[in-house]
Design a protein around this ligand. Sequence first.
Ligand SMILES: Nc1ncnc2c1ncn2[C@@H]1O[C@H](COP(=O)(O)OP(=O)(O)OP(=O)(O)O)[C@@H](O)[C@H]1O
Length: 265
Amino acid sequence: MTVKTEPVVEIRKLWTIFQNDDKEAVIHKDLDLTVERGAIMSLVGGSGTGKTVLLRQMLGLETPARGEITVLGKPAAELGKRGAAMRVGMLFQQGALFSAFTVLENIAFPLRELKCLPGELIREAAMVKLQMVGLPPDAADKMPSDLSGGMIKRVALARALIMDPPLLLLDEPTAGLDPESADSFCELLRSLHQGMCLTVVMVTHDLDTIFELSTRVAVLAQQKVIINDTPQKVVAFEHPFIREFFLGERGQRAMALLTPASSPI
Ligand SMILES: Nc1ncnc2c1ncn2[C@@H]1O[C@H](COP(=O)(O)OP(=O)(O)OP(=O)(O)O)[C@@H](O)[C@H]1O
């Protein structure tokens, strides 16, 4: 008998509407999405289909016009600023580090904000995370301006994970990285997913990342999630966006990774 656990994210009948000048833009319309515990879900879709907005709504940073978003059994809106980092880690597209803070201060920031832990404990926790993301101890005192793009992503990831949240949201985690750095970042995400029992939702256009990591792919089109399934099932789904996105030349190359031996599914 299989025991069905509660989904980590459940979105029901979601509407997102923006008012631009006197025009209304309906970005999501009656959108449903379920993310099961332990999944690594890639959220894909054309430009402007509302992938980033959806991540921000899951984090409780934006409120939809209508519908429900439940994250770890609670409405996303109730995550609250202080509680959010304990339940959900977010890696923003540009890393979004504080330029005037050192690496260690950046990683420690969410813990310092709690204002209830001794400084030494915070420092130790941040050093552990620095090591977990594969950075050497001497990176702790560097400034963000001294770091490569790959290192910035790692520091931002360490900060997102400082409170060991069960859910990690990533916006374009490998964008701007060279292929080698992107590969090693994917490898890091894979090992953290296993080691920390994470559920991961990531917005990405990078086919290599999708095929190397995803257990699920959810496709946004026509203001909805048109399919949420395994990568193999998604690429076989008949839709113009999917054909263009996955079955173009780049897609064919990335799909070569989906051999039985390397498949994450
Ligand atoms: N606060 C806002 N006010 C008005 N319009 C917004 C706001 N935030 C997002 N939008 C619009 O909503 C649409 C979806 O934005 P979003 O950034 O989520 O798209 P996306 O799918 O992540 O696109 P891309 O792949 O190009 O990054 C866009 O047209 C964007 O201009």
